[in-house]
Structures are given as C-alpha cells and as structure tokens.
Design a protein around this ligand. Structure first.
Ligand code: TYM
Length: 343
C-alpha cells in the first residue's frame, strides 16, 4: 500500500499555482486511492515561521487553510488532515535528521541560495547581511524531510519547485538507513508525484512562478477572487505581440502559461489546445482561460466561505487529524529512538 504525504504552508489564501500544482492533485489522489492506501495532508505552521509572521494573521491563516483543504474536497474520514505543529514528533525527527545532514547539501538548496542572494548587501554584492537570515530558513528542507519520513511516506505530491527538497529527503532516508541498520531499512525512499505536471507562472512576469510572496497582487489568482477579479487579472496577464497562438514556453512564456492553465483546468492536452487556438487572438484565449478558472474555483470558493466560519467544526477536524497522525508517527519515532540509542 502507498503512504501519501504532502504539506502546505499557512501563509494566506492559496493561489492558482497551489491549487493546480498541489491541492487538486491531493484530491485526485484521494479519489483514485486504493482502500488500503494511507493519505496524510498537513498544514505546516512551523515552516511558515521561517519568515516573519504576524501572530494574529498566522493564526487566522492556519485555520483558513484547514477550511480550504476541506473546501477543495479532502474528506477527513478518508484522509488524515492535521496541523504539523500539533504533532511534536515532526520536531523530534527533524532534530535527529539535522544531526545527519551535511551542511554542504543544505547550502546547495536553490531555495536557500535565493534567500542568500536576496540578503546580499545592496552596495557590496559580496557581503551577505546575516541578520536577515535565520537558522530555520537553512534547515527548512530537513523539517520537510521529517514531515515525510515520520509517516514513512512513499509518495509526495508537490509542485515542481519542491523537487530538490524531495531529493534531499530521499538522501536523508538513505543515510539513516545506512547508519542505523535494523532487520530491514527503516525508511522507504519517497517518490515525487506530479500528477498534472503544472507549474503555474506569474501572470505579470512569466519568467518566475506564481507565488504568494510577489508584491504584485495582479500576478496571482487567489481562491477567494471574485469572478470580476479573475477576469481582470487574466485580461491583464503579460503575453506578447505575435499574431496567433503557439505553445512555445521558451519564446512565448506568457501565452504558454495561459495555455497550460487552460489545459490543467479542462483536462485537455496543451498541444491540442494550441492547435485549436492557432488562428485566434490573445483576447479570445484570455476570455476562455478566465471562464475555465472561474468554473474551477467557484465551487471550492463558495464552500470555503461557508466553512471558514465553522470554527468548532474546524477545531474538531484538526483535533481528530492530529490524534490519528500522532498514532502513526509514534510507531516510526519509537523505532528511530531505538535504532539511534535514545532508549
Ligand atoms: P508551499 O506552501 O509553498 O506550496 C504548496 C504547494 O503548492 C505548490 N506550488 C506550485 N505549483 C505549481 N505552480 C506554482 N506556481 C506553485 N507554487 C506553489 C508547491 O510545489 C507545493 O506543492 N515546502 C512546502 C511545504 C511542505 C511540504 C512538506 C510539502 C512542508 N513539508 C512535506 C510536501 C511534503 C512548501 O513550501 O509548499
């Protein structure tokens, strides 16, 4: 049987990239899973702390994210849905993994390198302003590995941007297995699952991914955007001035992004779509993308607005999820403690 694990940070309302790259795949996996498959989905509050968070806003975002997971269709009777910060085993395992993680590996993480680049002194490029960097940012991928390995997960559905983190997780699982041999290796090597292989790009700068951190609100579509906002953001998406539509991600990233969003929303092949739009204009493509996105989000959006006020229900789902998660990770963590000699 498969053990599926994934996580999302409670750093605000998810955008179209989170939905197409991750959350809707979680739901698809839930729908297609064999009865004996275990599905575990987590809201990773500790990861959010690597960047400054306002406590009130974090608390609201944390509860909202649970409402989102339910609104998109995750079923707490079928999947374990819980807050990472309510299962302390993750933190324990993260520490243990930290102690077998070579610094060099973490220094090579692209997420770390981009943080480092962002904190370089504006005047003197060679100097890093270390006051802008915390140790949590550096060991972030180790906590992510602990999330996954605590359940001995075999499959991890995440977007493309997380691939390097999954590779590190595999490396750590292998190192642990090698260093602490038992009757059989403790950790399976988890696989990266991309079900729709969709990397959604910024609507304003198609050289970068759609992200929660971009200051330009028009660069991303949020689950809570109104019909009018969806239309106007897509109408304002950066494309090019070439006549007709072709799918050419390198030369025409803006149009390619719209085509792949449309493909992901409708389930069609991007190349089929490109042929159909060959003689059409960007205006037509944008109108159709806006309609498809609206169609995709309108159900979950309404359900989210209903659920986010149901605080008692959300608390009870979280409590039950944390209990189930804790029971599973307990089995792993006992074996870890025994193998490393902390008994
Ligand atoms: P996070 O919260 O940044 O993003 C959640 C999920 O959304 C995907 N994603 C995208 N997919 C396609 N296009 C985009 N523009 C886009 N932006 C984001 C991400 O790939 C991710 O799947 N480190 C993780 C959270 C995490 C985790 C884990 C994931 C912590 N522990 C254990 C899996 C397993 C993160 O920051 O995701």
């Amino acid at each position: 049987p498969r053990v599926v694990f994934s996580g999302i940070q409670p750093t605000g309302i998810p955008h179209l990239g989170n939905l197409l790259g991750a959350l809707l795949n979680w739901v698809k996996l839930q729908r297609d899973a064999a009865p004996e498959d275990q599905l575990i989905y987590s809201i990773v509050g500790w990861h959010a702390l690597t960047l400054p968070q306002d406590p009130k806003a974090l608390s609201a975002a944390r509860s909202d994210m649970l409402a989102v997971l339910l609104a998109v269709g995750l079923d707490p009777k079928r999947s374990i849905i819980f807050h990472q910060d309510e299962n302390l085993h993750h933190a324990e395992l993260a520490w243990i993994l930290n102690c077998i993680t070579p610094m060099g590996k973490l220094k090579r993480m692209t997420t770390w390198k981009s943080r480092l680049a962002a904190s370089r002194n504006a005047r003197d490029d060679s100097e890093v302003d270390e006051s802008l960097l915390n140790a949590g940012l550096f060991t972030y991928p180790v906590l992510q590995a602990a999330d996954i390995l605590a359940y001995r997960a075999t499959h991890v559905p995440v977007g493309e941007d997380q691939q390097q983190h999954i590779e590190l997780c595999r490396d750590l699982a292998e190192s642990f297995n090698r260093a602490y041999k038992g009757k059989r290796p403790l950790f399976p090597l988890p696989q990266h699952v991309i079900t729709s292989s969709c990397r959604v790009l910024s609507l304003k700068d198609p050289s970068s991914k759609m992200s929660k951190s971009s200051p330009d609100l028009n660069s991303r579509i949020l689950l809570t955007d109104t019909t009018a906002q969806v239309r106007s953001k897509i109408r304002g998406a950066v494309t090019d001035s070439t006549l007709g539509i072709t799918y050419d991600p390198a030369a025409r990233p803006g149009a390619a992004n719209l085509l792949s969003i449309l493909a992901a929303c409708t389930g069609e092949e991007v190349t089929t779509l490109a042929e159909r739009y060959a003689d059409k204009g960007h205006g037509q493509l944008k109108a159709d993308v806006a309609e498809a996105v609206e169609e995709l989000i309108k159900g979950p959006r309404a359900e989210f607005e209903r659920l986010r006020g149901e605080k008692q229900y959300l608390t009870s789902v979280a409590k039950e999820g944390a209990e189930k998660a804790g029971q599973l990770s307990e089995v792993t963590i006992r074996e870890v403690r025994a193998r490393i000699g902390l008994v």
